[in-house]
Design a protein around this ligand. Sequence first.
Ligand code: FAD
Ligand code: SF4
Length: 600
Amino acid sequence: MPLITSSKTQPSYDVIVVGSGAAGGQTAYTCAMNGAKVLMLEAGRNYDPVAETPMFQTNAQAPLGGTSTPDKPFGFHDATIDGGWQVPGEPYTSASDDPARKFWWWRARMLGGRTNHWGRISLRNGQYDFKPKSRDGLGFDWPIDYKDVAPYYDKVEMLVGVYGTAEGLENTPDSPPGVLQPAPAMRAGEQYARARGKKLGLPVVSIHRAVLSMKQDAVGIPPKLHPNNPKAQRILAESMRARQACFWATPCGRGCSIKANYQSTTVHLPPALATGNLDIVPNAMAREVTTDASGKATGVIYIDKTTGQENTVKGKVIVLAASSAESVRIMLNSKSARFPNGIANSSGKVGKYIMDTVGASLQGHIPALENLPLHNEDGAGGGHTYVPWWLYKEQLAGKLGFARGYHVEFESGRRMPNLGTGAGLEALTNGSYGRQFKEDARRYYGSMIGFAGRGDMIPNDDSFCDLDPTVKDKWGIPVLRFHWKWSEHETRQAKHMQDTFASLIEAMGGTVRAKPQADGAKAIEPGGKIIHEVGGTIMGADPKTSVTNQWCQTWDVKNLFVTDGGPFCSNADKNPTLTIMALAWRASDYLLDEMKKGNL
Ligand SMILES: Cc1cc2nc3c(=O)[nH]c(=O)nc-3n(C[C@H](O)[C@H](O)[C@H](O)COP(=O)(O)OP(=O)(O)OC[C@H]3O[C@@H](n4cnc5c(N)ncnc54)[C@H](O)[C@@H]3O)c2cc1C
Ligand code: SF4
């Protein structure tokens, strides 16, 4: 079973998975490795990072020196194709004209989705993150605990390859010994921040990132991930041997031809395809889930984008993994006499409680980092360190004025320059030119440091999406309309981020490059801008107030699952994708078991 066209699909499948990113990749992997016949529908085109990544191109070879443009906000060579903040012919709308109430929606339209170019920061939610309401009375508790997900975090980390360290910090779970790969050394600026941040009480530690710092253990890991399944073990071992360790030199956001970083296209899909149990139809834009008279899901209707034809495929189990908001859209568009408000929406909660991550940033100039001896700091794409949230006790005691925490990510080092590298240097060079400017550029290169806060958002009634009553996309499918509002918990958190960053820059003997924003509502990034959208089909313990149960299975339609970020009922400061994959694996194990028992 391979990549196929619509005309080659089988009459029926055990499982149909919509979407091929982190969620779809993990779901298809687990199901196919365990013998289920799987069809994956992917709205974007086929994409092979091994053949297509421009990872070895220099910025100088790109138009405008590779700098950001509205079409390519992450630079000309970024791995995103046919996706972004806007997708031609596929609009979305906003219920408000107020910029503060708009939601920015980043969509991928390619095999592997956003995993081809994501930042690969892979942090576990901690035990508080699954029970936030029990701690501070806000939002919702998850119907599961950290201990329910921990074994799946272990499995995903071993499968995709995540580096990091165990630090024993509060609500920042350590992986068991042997699960994580060794972390790379901290860059100079990061080491300096660690030393100077101590007096502020900031724990600067190695970040966890889905990049191989060494070859995977192709002998030891497969039996741990697939006990009693020799075929899966053999296939996974082969797939692991085909991946190389990172050589720390090229920008990960362009994808990785040596498969050293995690992309669904290099890690999940090749072994899943090698089982012979997975068919993938690219350019297949799912529109709705079909049901029978009893209300069971029977299949998916999709538009074949290459022909414009509408097709129907049949499956025993349907898994939506199209990214959380897109899965909401498919569900709201799946209307029938039995489900007049969209499939599995008896609670009226489909589309409710969408969340993003709180984001704010500040840059500083650190004289101690000027004129560093020449050295290579390319490393992995992104910072090698971060600061996990450190004020749990103060927050619980009500001393901070906002309810949830954030972690701090770093941007520093003497990395491959691009056109933007010297931007703003004139503030330091006093307009020097010629030889003096060259000397200044060498002096200041690498002396800038940037901090970005990534914080917990509490779900609220004003942040949701529904179908726009009039607007349709070029395939005639109704589009999403977003409603958005940050609460004061988030805006105050953004203000706290600004103060923290300014204090840290000062502790490093530096100066801020722009005045820290005193108004949190101005400091906070717009909703969606951090591209950590989750929620919309939240899980819970009560069918009246949630869309899925703890297994990502919809309450109303037992053979319909949602394995992307939709079932998140809170959005911890931890970047969501590792949790998406862990929950997708857990849901897939459950659905395979239920299918075996004849319950689906
Ligand atoms: C620049 C960037 C940096 C990021 N950095 C991080 C990070 O460091 N750490 C982190 O945890 N997260 C990060 N993220 C977020 C991360 O990429 C997402 O959380 C993750 O990819 C979500 O997985 P998913 O499978 O739900 O969605 P996606 O990866 O977006 O995959 C969804 C797939 O479904 C397809 N699809 C959509 N609609 C349909 C349809 N109707 N029919 C068929 N197919 C459809 C899409 O084409 C896409 O391929 C980042 C994202 C971006 C863009
Ligand atoms: S830095 Fe490493 S993981 Fe990233 S693209 Fe380069 S080789 Fe691959």
